[in-house]
Design a protein around this ligand. Sequence first.
Ligand code: SF4
Ligand code: SF4
Ligand code: FES
Length: 533
Amino acid sequence: MPKLSIDGQEYEVAAGRTILQAIDDLGLLMNGVDVPHYCWHPHLSIDGSCRLCQVEVEGIPKLQIACNTPVKDGMVVHTTTDRVKRAREGVMELLLINHPLDCPICDQAGECKLQDYAYDYGVPHARTQEPRRAAKKGVELGPTIMFDQERCILCRRCVRFCREVPETGEIGVFDRGDRSVIETLPGMPLDNPYSMNVADICPVGALTTKDFRFKIRVWFLEDVKGVCTGCANGCNVFLGVANNKVYRYVPRRNDAVNQTWMCDAGRMSYKQIGSEARLKLAFVRGANGLLEPASTSAAISVAAARLRRVIDAKGPGVVAAVASAHATNEDLYTLRRLLEALGTETSGVAVPLGAHDDLLVKAEKVANAAGARALGFGDAQAVVDRVRGGGVDALIVLGHDLLDPGYAGDPSVLSHLDTVIVLDTHRSELERVAHVLLPVRHAAEKAGTLTNHSGRAQRIQPAVEPAWEASADGEILARLGAALGLTGFDGKWDVRSVSRELGALPGFAGADLAGVGDLGRPLSSGSPAGALR
Ligand code: SF4
Ligand code: SF4
Ligand code: FES
């Protein structure tokens, strides 16, 4: 482990790292040791082209670029000397010669590294009189990204990203010297499942997403830490929130889960939060056979009465439940407790499957299948088989994943049941057979933990508040337990206490809301049972 000194402080770092990597590994980069950088990115190859990261290394006459200078034992590095500052000012002056002065209408303003570093190292007056270089503006690079060529500072992050991460290589540098420009290759639009990451890594406003540009100025957004629920990878995200609305997801760095990336489908899944298809009212099927609006309390009472009637007539064995792997560990733990209190063991979790890749996207299109398995939920197919075989009279369904072709497929499979109670975030075909429908909160609207495919528990927290009455699945289930008079369901459901109770179980030890921290924590049992199907 080589030792080096940075600005008078001694550190021990891993062998084989460059100065900038070592500073990043130590968690100091732009967090105590401010080495500005454009072309370097922690998860891309080293380019060494922008020259902004120059530092002074004792014993070497010329300034060195921190991103490509290997650490040597005993190295003494200075990042704040006058020489270093002058070099940064020189680089910034060159970069700003041709950069358009369109910050007021640039969508990157407020999160632009050119603005930030110009503030720190910009010179007050331009020494050139020649007109700025004109280039293309408002170019559509593909279905997701717009390009402003004038703003590009040629850091080549986007080029390396496309070559190294999705390995699609749509972007390249064309021409030479001061005529160099970024373009897509002829006949190759920027169109890959991770394309929108180029907007995150572009340090200036050259690359912006069609979806987010001009929606809102970023300084009005609050970044709430959360997790994408689009698949079992559980990529860490920031939810950009203003006016009780989520405007975007952007990836949040977690080297153990998603590095600094996320897929485009997951990124766009924020639209489900404010979707018109959200279930906004409770409904109860009336004597006329139609679903009629009801208060949540009234709907829970009807659900409890129907379950009680079925149990009194035939016993608890005819009650079954299908869990949603979108629900949190705390929600599912409450369902598990409810089923135990009712005295039934028939339950399973529905996990819809889809396309996957070798990068991030997992086949299981839900965030918490591993958590459901760790809590003892088997495959929902066994429940569907039992329903088909006539062994079930009352069914509690969380979410509409049961309608996946791999399970019931068609709601008519459930139409002969005496009682179907559905808790869901969105409206679905289950409305055709439900006797009680209850709206529940989306992952962006509640606290809890989700366990990703590798058995890592990660937390979510409420970023927005639904404009209608909706509770977490766990709270509704606890109220149902109370309405049924079941033991252990008499107090108010509180996600933090439930999480603590869960975190005391052997498999979930320490993986409660407080224990998982911002970057999650592997369950002590490691990866719970393998994929269901
Ligand atoms: S478009 Fe952005 S990321 Fe790509 S080279 Fe230019 S400045 Fe860098
Ligand atoms: S890979 Fe999965 S978890 Fe990650 S962003 Fe995409 S859908 Fe979301
Ligand atoms: S960040 Fe080191 S040369 Fe660009």
